[in-house]
Design a protein around this ligand. Structure first.
Ligand SMILES: N[C@@H](CCC(=O)N[C@@H](CS)C(=O)NCC(=O)O)C(=O)O
Length: 240
């Protein structure tokens, strides 16, 4: 049987990552909302990993991501001989691999709802994404309020209210920190950048999220970044 080391189609970079245990390939911490989710989940749950950061919107971004995944997107998790791309697939894989860490809520009803709101976040809220892209270091209160973004803010508020009152007991969405919170972490950062006014209970949730050590570490590392991704900042400057 041919070993993977002899497979000429695999890049040396990927082969090196395979030897390093879990390797999470991410984009800029300031901009990459998709990367933030598994990074925050892995950090919050104490799952050790090696981080590889690939700058977005650079001439070599595509070729560097292609060394890890043909899907051409970050995040990517390299786990031994497996490559897992897409933030939700990565978190589901981790939940399976570390069942004792309870990345999803333990209660079946809470878990069903956590999966539903995580999937809704994963596949929706295009209005918020396009008009209020994540840019942690900027402060742009009032910007990006398109009707679609306003609608998304309303729906997210409704989700948070329901989760916090039914399951959250004034802590995280389902009480203990879970994948669902990791998925909404970039929304918390968007609400901060764009100065979205929230009901007190929801603002308190955002404050708790920003105080969570994993989120706080991502944000402090984002603020140390000096690179800019032209497309993202230009989009913000043109936003209504
Ligand atoms: N559905 C994917 C979306 C990933 C995604 O769109 N990632 C962006 C960065 S946040 C990306 O890799 N863009 C490639 C590029 O800018 O060249 C996921 O959940 O991981």
């Amino acid at each position: 049987m041919q070993t993977t080391e002899l497979d000429p189609t695999l890049s040396q970079t990927l082969l090196d990552a395979r030897k390093a245990g879990l390797t999470l390939v991410i984009g800029n911490k300031n901009y990459s909302s998709w990367s933030m989710r598994p990074w925050v989940a892995m950090t919050a749950f104490g799952i050790p990993f090696t981080e590889v950061r690939i700058l977005l919107d650079q001439p070599d971004t595509g070729s560097r991501i292609a060394e890890y995944s043909a899907a051409g997107r970050v995040p990517v998790l390299v786990a031994g001989e497996m490559t897992i791309w897409d933030s939700l697939a990565i978190c589901e894989y981790l939940a399976e691999q570390f069942p004792e860490k309870h990345l999803w809520p333990q209660d079946v009803a809470a878990r069903a709802m956590a999966r539903s709101v995580t999937a809704e976040m994963h596949s929706g809220f295009g209005g918020l994404r396009s008009a209020m892209s994540m840019n942690i270091r900027r402060h742009l209160p009032g910007r990006g309020r398109t009707p679609e973004a306003q609608g998304d803010i309303g729906r997210i508020s409704e989700i948070w209210e329901e989760c916090l009152s039914r399951f959250g007991h004034h802590q995280f969405l389902f009480g203990e920190f879970s994948i669902a919170d990791a998925f909404f972490a970039p929304v918390v950062m968007r609400f901060r950048t764009y100065g979205v006014a929230l009901a007190p209970a929801l603002q308190a949730y955002c404050d708790r999220m920003q105080a969570h050590p994993a989120v706080a570490r991502w944000v402090s590392e984002a603020l140390l970044e000096t690179e800019t991704a032209g497309i993202h900042d230009d989009e913000i400057d043109r936003a209504p």
